[in-house]
Design a binder for this molecule. Structure first.
Ligand code: GUN
Ligand code: ZN
Length: 722
């Protein structure tokens, strides 16, 4: 392990970066900061084979290998009773399209006929399926039926699950009733961890799930997650959520799950135990839950209820069946109501299965499309409690931001007031506050904008004039529904990649106002002008004009006259390039002399940068979907010359770096250093152990994920050295 010897490594087993090593440096002010995350020597942590294929919000499309094949997550497992399932396990797979099922090892173990068959032929044979099977431990039965403490032996039940060949087994955690006080929940967490410790050594080649408990208390969820994370588990369920979900306490589930996620290793899938209602799948997935199980499909059918993505309905209340599943298409509400009790229950149960399976497919597609937040927002209309939960989720911006990819190929669609808190808009605003380079100017022009694209087209005269003035003489900023957009960055995601209605709600207006105000505060200027235009955002500054000494111009013509005076014939494409390089990489190349020698080609019609060259060499092209710069290999070298920060460099083992040099992707397995501040979606440079650049490309994981995962791609190489 000689490559680890040159840096001082620390093991962070008790903090956020579970079992990662990191290098700590002191900056000039003597403050400690984490410089990078490093792959821990193999002996320090267990290997996970989980792999990320796509990301959105905190959600991920994952691949999870098991003894019975590879699973694509997020996924839903129907709960089956080993002896009596209304739809056979085989049909669940073949007719309904589920990838795996979950059953209960306690029920198998406590019935002789199930037990002996499972012991002699295995649980797959007992259920007559050849797909992955997860088993639960009896925790829920203990809670639900109030069984005595010694009814199930924690170690024995894990060994039993191993014996019957379960693909994923579960420890006997202690389920905390939401009605008990905090001290009892604390005790339940303690006992669960004790049982986890004695169980984990018996898993052998079975994947084992270590459930996080802690009730509605985020501190106990964190504590439980931190301790479970230290043990050699493969999957972490969030437990104790069933009674919360039954009582529509979705906001509590969101808080509990996010608290647990803070301390769970990113490379282990998270299962939300007992989450079977399709109206919650989108939001739960957005929190980063990968596995779900449903007994709800049967439970709701038993009581005459249909699961819908918009909520629950009683068959008795329906005159129409609001569903296009095969069951509902073949019959009418009237006919279904007139069925015999058991036939009706079966029809409802089948409907519930179809609906649940379809929603999970829709959720996966939404992740690929980068539109899961929109789906969750639409689903949140199903019940005000879901909307509460969505708002709680969005209030955890810092946690979301760590995982949410930068840039997206699809536009953000307005869904309602919650869109104001869309992480893409918050991130855009923060980056502009932190990185916009032209902060000193004589004249500041603020132009209200309804957000139609491209901005420059609907304000072409103003933009043309400001283009030909120096940044020191004229700044032009649009006040749009998503927030503030300096004209130089109007083509960057999501400035032009969001669609709002003409009439805006008050939350959107207020967010836009706040963002505009906080941006103005970062600027220094002599005179500021608000160019009155007929847009919904024109009313934004009514109550702040005075505070900032902003003069309201009667119309654009007045602004044009002022700008005309400042016209100095500056080369505006370079000003745009400087803004982009600052925005994307935090580089201090704001002044044009910093980037002289570069030639910037722009589209005459749209003003978008096409590419950037230096002599014969192309340094940057523009990614059409996001308006961001993609460096070529020469561009990467140029960025390094300009002191590109370590946050945008990914270090690979030398041997693997040779493959990247030839154009292959950089695999997570070989990443030895990445910054905790690196986000998926960024354009990065791949370097070898000697810090020599070998390729450039788009990160598909964040820094922590690159270090933590053993499978999958970390950087999609665009250009390489050779
Ligand atoms: N099924 C539903 N909730 C739970 C839980 O908290 N733990 C276990 N083991 N199974 C569950
Ligand atoms: Zn239906």
């Amino acid at each position: 392990m000689n490559k680890y010897s040159s840096v001082r490594f620390h093991q962070l087993s008790s903090e956020r970066y579970h079992l990662k090593t990191f290098a700590r440096v002191q900056d000039r002010e003597g403050k400690h900061k984490i410089l990078g995350l490093f792959k821990a020597p193999a002996s320090w942590s267990s290997m996970s084979d989980f792999e990320i294929r796509a990301k959105d919000g905190m959600a991920r499309i994952g691949l999870l290998p098991t003894k019975h094949g590879r699973l694509r997550t997020p996924l839903l497992m129907p709960v089956v009773h080993p002896g009596k399932s209304a739809v056979s396990p085989k049909a669940l797979i073949e007719t309904y399209g589920f990838q795996m099922i979950i059953t209960n090892s306690y029920i198998i173990k406590s019935h002789e006929k199930f037990r002996s068959k499972a012991q002699s032929e295995g649980v797959h044979s007992l259920l007559d399926v050849d797909v992955p099977v997860m088993t639960d431990s009896g925790t829920f039965q203990m809670y639900f039926h109030g069984l005595p403490e010694d009814e199930i032996d924690p170690l024995e039940i894990v060994r039993f699950q191993k014996e019957i060949g379960s693909d994923i087994g579960t420890i006997l955690d202690v389920f905390s009733d939401p009605k008990v006080g905090k001290s009892k929940v604390e005790e339940d967490v303690r006992v669960s961890i004790e049982r986890a410790r004695i169980s984990v050594g018996s898993k052998d080649d079975m994947l084992l799930a270590g459930t996080v408990q802690g009730g509605i208390y985020p501190d106990l969820r964190r504590e439980s997650a931190r301790k479970m994370a230290e043990l050699d588990f493969d999957i972490h369920p969030v437990g104790g959520a069933v009674p919360l979900m039954e009582a529509y306490r979705y906001a509590d589930v969101v808080r509990a799950t996010l608290a647990a996620k803070e301390f769970l290793p990113v490379e282990r899938p998270v299962h939300l135990f007992g989450c079977g209602h399709p109206m919650f799948f989108a939001l739960a997935t957005l929190l980063g839950c990968d596995l779900f199980d449903s007994a709800s499909y049967a439970k709701f059918a038993e009581t005459g209820r249909l699961l819908l993505t918009t909520g629950t309905v009683h068959l008795q209340d329906l005159t129409e069946l609001p569903c296009n599943c095969p069951v509902c298409s073949r019959t009418t509400a009237e006919e279904m109501k007139n069925l015999k009790k058991n036939e009706q229950e079966l029809a409802l149960l089948k409907h519930n299965l179809y609906i649940s399976a379809a929603e999970m497919r829709r959720v996966r597609q939404a992740i690929y499309d980068g539109r899961l937040l929109e789906l969750a927002s639409i689903r949140a209309r199903g019940h005000p409690s879901l909307y509460d939960a969505l708002q709680v989720f969005l209030s955890h911006y810092n946690q979301i931001e760590e995982y949410h990819p930068v840039g997206n190929s699809s536009s953000v669609f307005y869904t309602g007031p919650e869109t104001a808190d869309h992480p893409d808009f918050v991130r855009f605003t923060q980056r502009i506050l932190d990185r916009y380079p032209y902060t000193k100017s004589s004249n500041l022009f603020l132009v209200p904008h309804h957000g139609d694209r491209p901005f420059a087209e609907t304000t072409s005269k103003i933009v043309q004039l400001v283009r030909s003035s120096k940044a020191e003489s004229s700044l032009l900023v649009f006040a749009a529904p998503l927030g503030v957009v300096p004209w130089e960055l109007e083509h960057v995601f999501p400035a032009q990649h969001c669609i709002f209605p003409r009439k805006l709600d008050i939350a959107t207006i207020n967010a836009s106002k706040e963002r505009t105000v906080s941006f103005i505060k970062t600027l220094s200027y002599n005179d500021a002008y608000w160019v009155t235009r007929d847009t919904p955002t024109d009313s934004l500054l009514d109550d702040v004009l005075d505070e900032f000494g902003i003069a309201r111009l009667g119309d654009a013509a007045e602004g044009l006259a002022i700008m005309e005076e400042a016209n100095t014939g500056e080369h505006w494409p370079q000003r745009k390039l400087g803004a982009l390089m600052a925005y994307q990489w935090g580089l201090e190349v704001g002044s044009l002399s910093d980037i002289k020698g570069l030639s910037v080609k722009v589209s005459k019609s749209t003003g978008k940068i096409r590419h950037v060259t230096k002599g014969e060499d192309i340094l940057f092209t523009i990614i059409p979907t996001t308006g961001m710069l993609a460096p070529t290999m020469s561009g990467g070298l140029y960025l390094l010359e300009k002191n590109l920060g370590r946050d945008y460099q990914v270090t690979l083992e030398n041997e693997a770096a040779e493959f990247v040099a030839k154009g292959k992707s950089a695999l997570a397995k070989f990443v030895i250093e990445a910054s905790p501040l690196l986000r998926a979606g960024e354009e990065v440079i791949v370097v070898n152990e000697d810090r020599e650049p070998v390729g450039v490309g788009r990160a598909s994981l964040n820094g922590n994920e690159m270090i933590s995962f053993n499978r999958g791609v970390a950087v999609n190489t665009r250009h390489s050295r050779l």
